[in-house]
Design a protein around this ligand. Sequence first.
Ligand SMILES: [Zn+2]
Length: 179
Amino acid sequence: MSAVVYARVPDSLKQALHAHASERALTLTGAVVDLLERGLEAIANQQSLAELERKRAACTSERAQTRARLRESELRVQAAREREQTTAHTYTALAERARQRLASCPQCRQPVRASDLLVNGRCPNPSCRRALSSLLLPAPRAGFDASEYLALLGALGVFVGLAQAATAERQGEPSLERA
Ligand SMILES: [Zn+2]
């Protein structure tokens, strides 16, 4: 099926059309149809090219964002790892200090370590096991809140116990002995 299109065109364009048709042994109608089809196809291709270009640009910016997010996560992991190392060093130092001899048992004279005092609260001698809280209490002094002081030492003891457990875990030792 075909239809007729009347179109007014400049003389120069009409001459060019005739030349185009005769060069290719086409009728004038054949040349117009061919040129119109090619023109429309070119415009359609240009549009899909622009669409592709837009999608490519979107992909590129998305990739850049993903890369930035990845870098951010890497930095966070690194910071967490450094914090973990610092904590491990602190725990090791605390556990070492807790192993130092601090006093002697008032009953059997067995050396008492800071951990015996703060964590276990008892003499390490199995045949003694005397409670050591008296060693923790300084001489009564005005304005000194002994119960607050003991609560603080209790909290410190928990911390020392954690440090001992964490250090033993890292060294593959069995966890700390409990009274
Ligand atoms: Zn003792």
